[in-house]
Design a binder for this molecule. Structure first.
Ligand code: ADP
Ligand code: AMP
Length: 214
């Protein structure tokens, strides 16, 4: 199963990705998680990427495409993968298509989690993320059982530096200008499927399973 998750920042892609990855045994590949891992380890990629993440801007396509090229060639992607946060530009989507063609395969679906703007600021400013496994929580809508401790792995949760109101607004503008066109891109290729992301986390997942198959 080869899936791209689409939707604005805060739509619930990372949240659903954890459940999809568990149920269908495909690796969850989040370019945002890869950048944050590199930033916290002070790698050259992390030092470069931080300049963009801090402002809420996109990391340049050249860097991002290379990361995905390397990642999708790894053995655990042979039977499928779930991309979360990639592609974010038409250029990245075209690069993905070329890459998959080269590997003799193609996407099964681009699954859009639809959420109106009015939900996003609350979701993102209340988000808490596990430092160790990247699991996403919300102080109000999906709190951890013990404050500050990840339910899944026991890691410490924290608030992302880019989840403040100013950066969120910037990211939403960038989403509209650069990422939203991917909806039409995948629709034209008859690959687009949609779920209503304003429902509970459990109901969104049920709808996803209806689309992907039990
Ligand atoms: P994305 O990966 O699309 O940026 P996340 O999965 O990190 O989004 O979700 C953003 C925030 O919204 C998190 O705090 C998460 O706990 C919360 N959230 C996700 N899905 C829902 C939902 N269906 N209802 C309420 N809150 C949600
Ligand atoms: P996310 O974790 O998906 O919210 O991404 C956090 C940040 O990482 C974004 O605001 C961008 O700065 C950067 N990023 C993640 N994925 C991409 C991508 N595909 N292209 C460019 N930048 C990205």
């Amino acid at each position: 199963m080869k899936i791209v998750l689409l939707g604005p920042p805060g739509a619930g892609k990372g949240t659903q990705a954890k459940s999809i990855s568990n149920k269908y045994s495909v690796p969850h590949i989040s370019t945002g998680d890869i950048f944050r891992y590199n930033i916290s380890n002070g790698t050259p990629l992390g030092i470069e990427a931080k300049k963009y993440l801090d402002k809420g801007h996109l990391v340049p396509d050249e860097l991002t495409i290379d990361i995905i090229k390397d990642r999708l060639k790894q053995d655990d992607c042979k039977n499928g993968f779930l991309l979360d946060g990639y592609p974010r530009t038409v250029n990245q989507a075209e690069a993905l298509e070329t890459l998959l063609e080269g590997l003799g395969t193609k996407l099964d679906t681009a699954l859009l989690i639809k959420v109106p703007k009015s939900f996003i600021i609350d979701r993102m400013t209340g988000r808490r993320v596990c430092k160790a496994c990247g699991a996403s929580y919300h102080v109000q809508f999906n709190p951890t059982k013990t404050e500050g401790v990840c339910d899944l792995c026991g890691g410490e949760t924290y608030q992302r530096a880019d989840d403040n109101e100013a950066t969120v607004s910037e990211r939403l503008e960038i989403y509209d200008a650069q990422t939203q066109p991917l909806i039409e891109y995948y629709s034209n290729k008859n690959l687009l499927t949609e779920v209503d992301g304003t429902q509970t986390i459990e109901k969104v997942f049920e709808d996803i399973v209806d689309i992907l198959g039990a």
